[in-house]
Design a protein around this ligand. Sequence first.
Ligand code: AMP
Ligand code: MG
Length: 365
Amino acid sequence: MQNLSPVFFALLMLAPAVSAEVQSAFQQKVMQKTGLSVKQDAGTVSSSDCQQGAQADEGYWWSDHQAIMGTDITVELWHQDKRLACSAIAAVMAEMKRIDRVMSPYIETSVLSQLNRKGAYRPVFVGRELFALIEQSLEFSRSTGGAFDITYASAGRHYSYRDGLKPDGDTLAAAVDAIDYHNLILDVKAQTIAFSKAGVSVDLGGIGKGYAVDRGIGILASLGITQAMVGAGGDSRIIGDRRGQPWVVGIKNPRSKQDNVAVLPLMDISVSTSGDYERFFEEKGVRYHHIIDPQTGDSARSVRSVTILGAHAATTDALSTSVFVLGVKKGLALINSMEGFDAILVDGEGQMFVSDSLLQMSAAR
Ligand code: AMP
Ligand code: MG
């Protein structure tokens, strides 16, 4: 196990792409490392406001899920005290709403919308939080060779996956010209951002949910909660275990709603999945979906889904989007070069690929 990221305990593969032998090797490793057995139904979440769930020891599991940021926000935690548990969950939900008000491109008054409206004309004061997240996004742009680029939105804003709309050739060509993170001019001292040309637009959809999840976990940790999960769509972060069980997170089969390609028993970790099935439409047999290759302004199509495991959700979120754009070869090379991360990819043919440390886990058996 020494080559594995310390927070990652096991991978229980269900897809035919990985042998039954590898599956049971992973499962055995969970038990060796954690002393826990894997219960597949652990981690289910109930609906409506601050639900009381199963009793565990002298406390209960509490949960809520709400539609915020255009996605499903889930909070689940263990605590003895109902009042503290429910107010902690409410605090996380309030934080999600606050972040949405600052960063949503769909809310006209958000700081991000103001930047998009005015950035080509003058530097826009964005405040410390948004400035820092945009700086972090630029770091990902640099470390992924431009695969992660929040100016993808210069083209991305011309698509509507719900209405099945895509830009015509001329619009797309002009938009692609505006995609380049170098087009953002940051002034650290003034906390302003400007665009170097007209047509540039930014969107934090590739990192914002993970950031919000990290913020939510930060709130729970500051309240002394030690066993919890915060999820925002495909991005989740877990602290602790489930009172003697690992948390169990399923990775969806990109082409079948009911099936998982893998089930991950996890604790103290973040996990993000980017998939071409989340928001898409099809035209003449071509799938147009929400993850854009900055070089073409078109959807990246060499893989169907990417899952990244690592310590922080903002990072796993940005990396899942990046590796989706990079594809199997370059994406795995990137993750294998980074300490403390693992990846599981499903390519365009449905074949599964995993990062080196996951492969070593089965070889070490
Ligand atoms: P995720 O589901 O985390 O992969 O995020 C997908 C979202 O990231 C999309 O809905 C866009 O808002 C945004 N996005 C799409 N393509 C890129 C890209 N190349 N770089 C950064 N963000 C992107
Ligand atoms: Mg992502």
